[in-house]
Structures are given as C-alpha cells and as structure tokens.
Design a protein around this ligand. Sequence first.
Ligand code: EPU
Length: 416
Amino acid sequence: MDKLLIKGGNRLQGDVTISGAKNAALPILCAGLLTSGDVQLSNVPHLQDVRTMLRLLAQTGLKVDQDGDKVTLNGSNITSLEAPYELVKTMRASILVLGPLLARFGEAKVSLPGGCAIGSRPVDQHIKGLQALGAEITIEAGYIHAKCKKLKGTRIVTDMITVTGTENLMMAAVLAEGETVLENAAREPEVTDLAHLLVAMGAKIEGIGTDRLVITGVPELHGASHAVISDRIEAATFLCAVAATGGDITIRNTRTDIMDAALDKLREIGLRLTVGDDWIRAQMDGRPQPVTFRTTEYPGFPTDMQAQFMAVNTIANGASRVTETIFENRFMHVQEMNRLGAAIETDGNTAFIKGVEQLVGAPVMATDLRASASLVIAGLAARGETLVDRIYHLDRGYDRMEVKLQAIGADISRIK
Ligand code: EPU
C-alpha cells in the first residue's frame, strides 16, 4: 500500500493547474449510457474513481476510448444492465448508472451501496424518485432491481437535497414520457455541469442551477462534446495548503465563480487573493486566523472542504468551531490531527479547535478522501516528518496531488 512521506515546513510557491472535477466527471461518464451516439469528453481527471467508473461502464458494453484527459464513449452496443457488488463496494457513485440504464433500456440491476467511512449514506431518495417515475423496484440479495416499460414524467420532491440523487433522477427523466418536475434539487455546480451536457445531447431541461428542474422527456438523445468543469474542491484544497504553509501560488484552469463560500473563508483566514477569470493568486504570510463555519449544500460551505479547513484551523491564531451538517460521521481526521499535536475536541457534529503554534510530524492514517487531503495539509505545515498511510483514498479523488505539490516546493514523496 502506498504512503506519502512529507517533510513539513516548506513555503509553497509557483503555479498549479487544476484538473476536471471528480464529482462532475462521474455522472457525466454515466450519461454516455443514454445514447447510441458518441459522447466526447475533455478535461476528464486522472483518478482512481474515474478508472473504476470506466471499468464499470465498459462492462455494460459501453465503448470507451481514452487519450489523456479526453474520453469518447459510445453506447450503441450495451450488453449488460448490471453494476456488480465488486465495483459498487469500491465506489458508491456506481449508483449513477441506475437512472440512465433504466430510462433507456427499461431495466437495471445495481448492487446496493453499503455505508462508508463518512456515514450510512442511504439511496432511498434515488429509489423513491424512480418509483414515482413508474419504475418497479425490488431489493433482493443486496441488489436494487429496477424495471419499467417506459418512465412517465411526474413531480418529485426529495426529502433532502441529494447531489447524486438529483443527477440520477435527472438522467432518468430526460428520456421519460412527458414532464418531470424535480423539486428540492441539488444546485451543486457538478449537477449543473451534467445538465449542460444533457442539453447538448438534446435533453430539455429548464431551471438549471436552481432547486427546481423542469425536464420534458424526449424519445432519444444524441452524441455531444463537453469539457468537464474544473474541480472547485481540488482548487480550494491547494489554497488551504498555502494558507497553512505560507507562500505565493497561482492556481490555473479554475472556475472562480463557483467557489464563493470557500474564498470568503480563505480571506478571513488571511490569504491575500487576486482573482482572475480562470486563475487565483494566493499569498500568505504569518499565522492563519481561525474560521468558524458550518457545512451546507451549495452555494453554502461544502462538506468536501470541511477537513482541509480544519487542518488550517489547527494552527490558527485562536479558537474556532466547525459544524458538519451533511454527513453524520465526517470527523475521522480529528483523531489523526490530534496525533500531530492539534487540540480538537468534538461534541456530536461540532468540532472545537484551539489553534496551536506548531504541529509536529507523526505517522497518520487516511480514512477517506477529503480526510486524506487534510492530513497532507497538516503534514506540510508540521515540523518534521509525517507519514500518511492508506493514501489510496487520496488517489481516488485527487489527480497526482503529490506531483502537483512537489512542483510548488513541497517536500513530499510517494513510498511504494
Ligand atoms: N441521503 C439520504 N438518502 C438518499 C440520498 C442522500 O439520506 O437517498 C443523505 C446522505 O446520507 C447525506 C445527505 O443526504 O447525509 C446528502 O448526500 P448526497 O446524496 O448529496 O451525497 P452524495 O450524492 O452521495 C455527493 C458527492 C460527495 C459529497 C456530497 C455532498 C459525488 C460522487 N459525491 O455525494 O463527494 O460530499 O455529494 O456534497 O458527487 C467526495 O468527493 O469526497 C464526496 C464524498
């Protein structure tokens, strides 16, 4: 199992190019199942989760051609309507094949994802929405088995805001008969990016970017080209890194208009930001100021940045409070940060952080994707050596993070 060895203390300096967004790329790849035409994608990130999704899709018979960050999909010869447990257990986003397969072929069988490190994460809203569209769904032997003659448009109000739930239901509704209204839809930029691709494929969707999507089904979709949106979480992760170490970096190929909540907090921390159209220069001197925040749905503060900001708070000049409202168990990084000398206590879904002057390197264990990133940030700021174990979590969602960090002066290496 690979590990990362970090010698902390270096200031970061230079340019970082941000990759395409994992959480946009995953549903977008599944949209390839909706048509027999070619779906040509660019800015697809190099990630373990993308490789897993491509393996899953290839297994359905979807033709996949990959050349660097470009992927062309062709779904004219789909032969299997199943997502097996072996793949779903490694990546929950596999559930995103359910909507497209059912809508186009009238049947899909997808292993029920289990819980994961950050919470129980049920998929009841995906199922409830598809049932409302007319699917017959049974759950048997660990599989969701969905069948329908033709999905029929309807009004769906999800009990809570769900990102992949909205994506699954949107992909189902584009091929349903008549009008579907999705109320309480997720407004995350990754949902919007998927909607833009679907429209380019011939789908009729109104209200894109709002919490009410009105979708008029069409009999079929055609091929299209699309560039995956830049990863706002990767971008903000690098900005947190420089907030923790000090330095002067410029992130490029980024979307500055979808990062308000994170950028506001970074300014509060003391990062000096110069924001261009698709780049941000970040300069940091001295100790970070503490920031108190609670995670919430877009456009609020993203849960996927909670751990990285907490890493900055551990060395801030004062105390802060972080409240996680999206997932019930997303504080697994707290104990690991305390091993590095942080002073964090938790009470339910709130963490109380007393900033310490200096973290001290130690061996730590990554527990999930964003927790891994937060431990890397803590390690970069710590004195001495930090060894981050189980970084397969990091590889799932960050495109060659250690290579990008090396290029801006971090002393970080991968140990095989
Ligand atoms: N929920 C239910 N029932 C459902 C669906 C969701 O109870 O049917 C609950 C969840 O358990 C959670 C809340 O609703 O408490 C929100 O979950 P959501 O469905 O929005 O999360 P997700 O779609 O499974 C995506 C991202 C996550 C990100 C969340 C929240 C993808 C592939 N994953 O997950 O990304 O944290 O939205 O923004 O888009 C990550 O990248 O590290 C990551 C975990």
